[in-house]
Write a protein that binds this ligand. Structure first.
Ligand code: PRP
Length: 213
């Protein structure tokens, strides 16, 4: 059995556990689910951006001049449709100058393989740092497909920001992309026969958009 992977960051914080517990519960309604996703995405993004590059920035305060610091990298937020949409706004609040590039991927229910259905990445001019936003990392197929797309675009630094992951998904992504940082609130032990994360939280897209049944 291999030891913990250095690229995997599980946030250890009481507020994470609090909101994640409510997120998982089937008593949580869609409006509550979306609110918990926003809170968790914000905490995760704070953690995932701690090593962003900075540059000095001269300003005038009401009292004097000083040299402050601003983020120097160009950042791209890459929400994976649909469930990743719920994470965009809170992360954009922290990174208001970020570009947002949507990727459409859904998992074929029979094969659990990712299917691409939307991408409008421009040729050239990749961002310096991309944050892939998707609440769930199950088999890792969708995350690897997104990483393939962003790597082809030429993004030098890519981070995966997910609320929960299955251990199998973490292993799958790390095998192909060992340098990619993975930031999660929790790693669940199992995937069931339908490749759903157990204990998990169900289907984040359906719970966000109230499309069950
Ligand atoms: C879910 C989830 C991920 C993917 C994870 O999306 O939001 O994108 O499955 O599974 P994987 O790691 O096995 O690829 P889903 O296919 O349910 O699409 P949706 O967000 O439109 O509901």
């Amino acid at each position: 059995m291999s030891g913990p992977r250095p690229n995997v960051h599980v946030v250890d914080h009481p507020l994470m556990r609090h909101h994640l517990t409510h997120l998982r519960s089937c008593e949580t309604t869609p409006i509550q689910f979306r609110a918990h996703v926003r809170r968790l995405a914000s905490l995760l993004a704070y953690e995932a951006t701690q090593d962003l590059e900075e540059k000095p920035h001269e300003i005038q305060t009401p009292l004097t001049t000083m040299t402050g610091s601003v983020v120097s990298s160009t950042i791209g937020l890459i929400p994976i449709l649909r469930a990743g949409l719920g994470m965009v706004e809170p992360v954009l609040d922290l990174l208001p100058d970020a570009q947002v590039w949507h990727l459409g991927l859904y998992r074929n229910e029979e094969t659990a393989q990712p299917v691409h259905y939307y991408s409008k990445l421009p040729p050239g001019q990749p961002v310096d740092v991309a944050l892939i936003l998707d609440p769930m990392l199950a088999t890792g197929g969708s995350a690897i497909a997104a990483l393939d797309t962003l790597t082809r675009w030429g993004v030098p630094r890519i981070k995966l920001v997910s609320i929960i992951a299955a251990q199998a998904g973490i292993e799958a992504v790390s095998e192909v992309y060992p340098q990619t940082d993975i930031h999660v609130c929790a790693v669940d032990p199992e995937l069931n026969a339908s490749k759903f994360i157990v204990p998990g939280l169900g289907d984040a897209g359906d719970r966000t958009f109230n499309t069950v049944g």
